[in-house]
Design a binder for this molecule. Structure first.
Ligand code: ADP
Ligand code: MG
Length: 304
């Protein structure tokens, strides 16, 4: 880091020679001038003094631990000197921290999450505790999915079932972020909350758009299926049409649930109006089984 201190052009009226000398003592400016000595005259230096000062006033070697600490003119960007049109100019290039932050912003924008807590959105495989035996098969299968997913062939998702608080949703978050680091967009949606939102959006006519988004996203993760109240509309028109589309288009789909597959089938068979609709429940289950492999997630309740 190299700074020119408190020298500002306005304070230096009448003392231009001193100001220029001070600027030329800056080792980075010296290096630049030496590299372009055949093209840079004294007149060019004289006319470029405010630009040289702008350069000298800022950090050139980033030593910040985060972008928020950056005091440069443009946060996260470092100045470089360039010679253009007979003048010395200052250009800005992103520092390492900005490149990492930009990468993280891109990755985050690939993961859409509806009604999903922040801690899940920040989940990563690196933070998963592999010591926990109960969950290990699920972690291994999740990692295998991320390794083999290529967006061209159908890669079967997982149906992660197990009791409350064992880390099923967290694992979805880790998969979503891992896929995002490979440039794969995904969407995690808390199913019951999504349906509530959908019911509330009849009036603003966004239902089709929301359902369409879940049909077409490359990797869909339906969180907590089975926690919703079943109606024919929820089961057949919303879930059924999303799963039908995804089967047809070979799009990877994940589920988490407190129910195993048999329990989920029973759940789908009992509708809110009391009727038993076994055939319709079976039809939905066939789609879920085609799209995902059931894996039990065991372990302690982390919420306790
Ligand atoms: P489930 O979906 O099975 O009910 P969650 O995924 O919501 O459980 O996990 C319960 C809590 O434990 C959450 O607060 C979550 O962030 C945390 N958690 C889960 N797995 C891990 C992990 N491997 N490392 C750290 N925290 C975890
Ligand atoms: Mg959950």
């Amino acid at each position: 880091m190299e700074k020119m201190g408190s020298l500002l052009p306005t304070e230096l009226k009448g003392n231009v020679t001193e100001f220029k000398k001070e600027l030329l003592r800056n080792s980075k400016i010296q290096t630049f001038l030496n590299q372009h000595s055949s093209q840079i005259s004294d007149d060019i230096i004289h006319r470029s003094m405010s630009r040289l000062n702008e350069y000298a006033e800022q950090n050139h070697d980033c030593s910040c631990t985060s972008i928020s600490e950056c005091t440069n003119l443009i946060k996260g960007f470092q100045p470089t000197l360039v010679l253009e049109n007979g003048m010395i100019s200052v250009h800005y290039k992103p520092c390492e921290k900005e490149i990492i932050a930009e990468y993280n912003r891109k990755v985050q924008s690939l993961v859409q999450a509806f009604h999903i807590p922040k801690e899940i959105r920040n989940a990563s495989f690196a933070h998963l505790e592999k010591k926990e035996d109960g969950r290990n098969p699920a972690i291994l299968k999740a990692a295998a999915f991320c390794g083999s997913y290529n967006g061209h062939q159908f890669t079967r998702g997982l149906y992660l079932h197990g009791s409350f608080g064992v880390g099923k949703t967290y694992l979805l978050g880790a998969i979503a972020n891992e896929l995002a680091s490979k440039g794969v967009p995904s969407c995690i949606v808390h199913w019951a909350d999504f349906l509530r939102e959908l019911k509330g959006s009849f009036e603003d006519n966004t239902t089709n758009k929301k359902v369409e988004a879940l049909k077409t996203v490359p990797v869909l993760m339906i969180d907590d299926i089975g926690s919703e109240s079943v109606t024919g509309w929820v089961r057949d028109d919303v879930l059924g049409s999303i799963l039908q589309f995804r089967m047809h288009e070979n799009l990877s789909t994940f589920f988490t649930s407190n129910f195993n597959l048999n329990e989920l089938e029973n759940h789908f068979a009992q509708t809110q109006n009391g009727s038993v609709e076994s055939v319709k429940a079976k039809r939905i289950m066939e789609r879920i089984k085609y799209l995902s492999e059931a894996v039990n997630v065991a372990g302690k309740n982390r919420r306790e």
